[in-house]
Design a binder for this molecule. Sequence first.
Ligand SMILES: [Zn+2]
Length: 431
Amino acid sequence: MTMSETILIRGARVLGGAAQDVLISGETVTAVGADLEAPGATVVEAGGHILLPGLVDLHTHLREPGREDSETVLTGTRAAASGGYTAVHAMANTFPVADTAGVVEQVWRLGRESGYCDVQPVGAVTVGLEGRQLAELGAMADSAAQVRVFSDDGKCVDDAVIMRRALEYVKAFGGVVAQHAQEPRLTEGAQMNEGTVSGELGLTGWPAVAEESIIARDVLLAAHVGSRVHICHLSTAGSVEIVRWAKSKGWDVTAEVTPHHLLLTDELVRSYDPVYKVNPPLRTEADVMALREALADGTIDCVATDHAPHPHEDKDCEWAAAAMGMVGLETALSVVQHTMVDTGLLDWAGVADRMSARPAAIGRLEGHGRPIAAGEPANLVLLDPAYRGVVNPAGFASRSRNTPYEGRELPGRVVATFLRGRATVMDGKLT
Ligand SMILES: [Zn+2]
């Protein structure tokens, strides 16, 4: 397809509403309505499928530079497009760390060259993710990559003074600090959620309080300096209560939840299959239900994948030695349909909000998370919610296969993804 092509999507349920036609000319949606005519246009028969704005991920590990054996910007963005994403935020824990303008510009350029999905680099908060010295936040913000989200994800910014300085610094350019909330001393040697199951298995626990105490401190710090904080991969019912309280005060606090924390529990660790090893760990059924309710009522702003590819040698080993993390880009929408839509907790307009509009707003990402209307950028995903299929990682576009859903039936399938009017996925296949 060329950039100037005209595409007519016929009979799509826009945000899950009544079927309409959507006309795309070049990079832009030019009309939405009934019985649109467009002679010469490429026609996509949507057949009642759901049309949403292209998904936006605030939390993706693309692994390049440095760990191209697990993922590259190209394979990661192909996985993102397959999952319906048109923009992803690439986390900073690469080798070298994305803590300078040079590294974030390199990642940003690789994303532009991939053509499958926009890549917005996340800058490190501290030099080398070491937690001691602020990285060049201003230089990264002023770079071609225009970084707005800063995170030491993988590590917690546990020094309260460093966190305060970072929060103060990003105010100058409307940035946000995204915190991986994990009190390090309380989680030394942690292997799984601290609770009944960890006690029975004799594995060192990762207690909920290690997450909740950092969130409580950071919402107070953000309020104190009048800045903006975002909580990565919130995983406990207690964390939900703290964020709810902070929002009730009017503080500028946002939070994300991963698809796996909306579905899976620590009972799965009984299998000792390291595919279930992730940080923060899978929690309890009560936590899962609290997270779903919080996403439905808006206490949790968005779904973020924490897509964490690992080569099989880092996962196919004993539990204690295995790396933490799961791939998620290609299954996120299906897991959200299963846990939130098919349960009646969220409608498709709500999914568009939690997986596109709000993450784009938190990341200050222009051109994404927009309404589907004339004059808007044609960043779109068309999905078939009636599809039922068994997850088969052999078919993933990601270079890694560490999915916890292998063999599991999940609903929904991405039929097409459009990045600025160009199909990156068509008929369920990458173009
Ligand atoms: Zn993290």
